[in-house]
Design a protein around this ligand. Structure first.
Ligand SMILES: [Fe+2]
Length: 327
């Protein structure tokens, strides 16, 4: 479980952008701009975008019924690495499509390739983001991106071994550590995968024994990282003031030591706002296994009885549903 991906592709990829489909663009605008403090812009009546740094796009929220992530965009270091990734996909007989110029400009990139990834989520890969010198107009003072990418995502899977293999083989991912967490009598195993110095770009959670996926969305949460502690605490305060549900209050994870809280987004999945996680130095890193997801805090702040019942119902139904993994 702990072996690394191919050495040649490690440190080639980082989370570049996300595309979400929702029918609640105005509530998303309120969450992104007024609560979290992102730079917001309507590109048209049906497309909202957020910036957090010099990239012209980091979030695209398009009007539609999915209420979910539809795309994860990964920025690839250079043409050579992109070529290697495309070769690996070809070896694995994964069908790849070249995106059009119009699609690329909407995403704020020069060109991209796309394929169907885990759980049917589209994965898009690109090398050249379009940058802007237009200053950011946002409440937050700034976000940590650069060589770390825009953040991380957590995915619940019924086939975690295959999913981990996918990220290792295609993106050179390495396991940073693992956490097991007991929740309402079920044990959840979470594996944290890094693709670059960010402690993890992907986390994969699976129920031990009978594999269930109680979520209605393909991603459990997306994390972005603020530069200053105050930006996290002020975002927490604004989320409460504006009536956003806090899934988990402020707390700290034992592995990356990030201080964070989780909000329920208008599309149902969670957004984690974090501060000050450790980054991984490849020479010194030791993989650990932890027994709890939070060292302290992260207490649930929403009434959980009904959502637990719904999760249980979806969990049972998920036993009979197949989960797409490219290979
Ligand atoms: Fe997270």
């Amino acid at each position: 479980m702990f072996e690394n991906g191919p050495a040649d592709l490690f440190n080639s990829a980082q989370l570049g952008y996300v595309i979400i489909e929702s029918n609640h663009l105005d509530r998303w605008l309120q969450l992104g701009k007024d609560a979290i403090g992102l730079h917001a812009e309507y590109l048209s009546e049906d497309i909202l975008s957020f910036r957090i740094d010099w990239h012209v796009r980091r979030f695209l929220i398009r009007k539609g019924d999915a209420e979910d992530f539809t795309v994860l965009g990964f920025q690839i270091k250079d043409e050579n690495s992109l070529k290697k990734i495309l070769e690996k996909l070809k070896e694995r007989k994964v069908e790849v499509r070249r995106g059009s110029g119009i699609e690329a400009s909407l995403r704020g990139i020069e060109a991209f390739w796309e394929f169907s990834g885990p759980k049917g989520l589209k994965i898009e890969i690109f090398t050249n983001p379009i940058l802007t010198e237009t200053p950011l107009n946002m409440l937050s003072k700034g976000f940590v991106t650069e060589q770390f990418g825009m953040g991380h995502v957590a995915i619940v899977s019924k086939q975690p071994e295959r999913l981990i293999k996918f990220w290792k083989e295609i993106f050179g991912a390495r396991v940073s550590d693992q956490i097991e967490q007991k929740m309402s009598g079920v044990i959840l195993d979470i594996t944290f995968l890094r693709m670059n110095p960010r402690h993890h770009s992907i986390a994969i959670a699976a129920t031990r024994g009978l594999r269930m996926d109680p979520l209605s969305t393909k991603i459990q949460h997306l994390n972005i990282e603020v530069k200053n502690l105050e930006d996290m605490t002020q975002a927490y305060r604004r989320c409460k003031e504006l009536g956003f549900e806090i899934a988990h209050g402020i707390g700290q994870h034992p592995n990356d030591l990030e201080l964070s809280f989780y909000i329920v987004t208008p599309s149902g999945f969670e957004l984690e706002i974090g501060w000050n996680p450790i980054s991984v130095s490849e020479i010194q890193w030791k993989q650990n296994k932890y027994k709890q997801i939070s060292a302290w805090g992260h207490e649930p702040e929403i009434s959980t009885a009904l959502s637990r019942l719904n999760e249980f119902r979806r969990g049972v139904f998920s036993l009979f549903r197949s989960e797409y993994i490219p290979f």
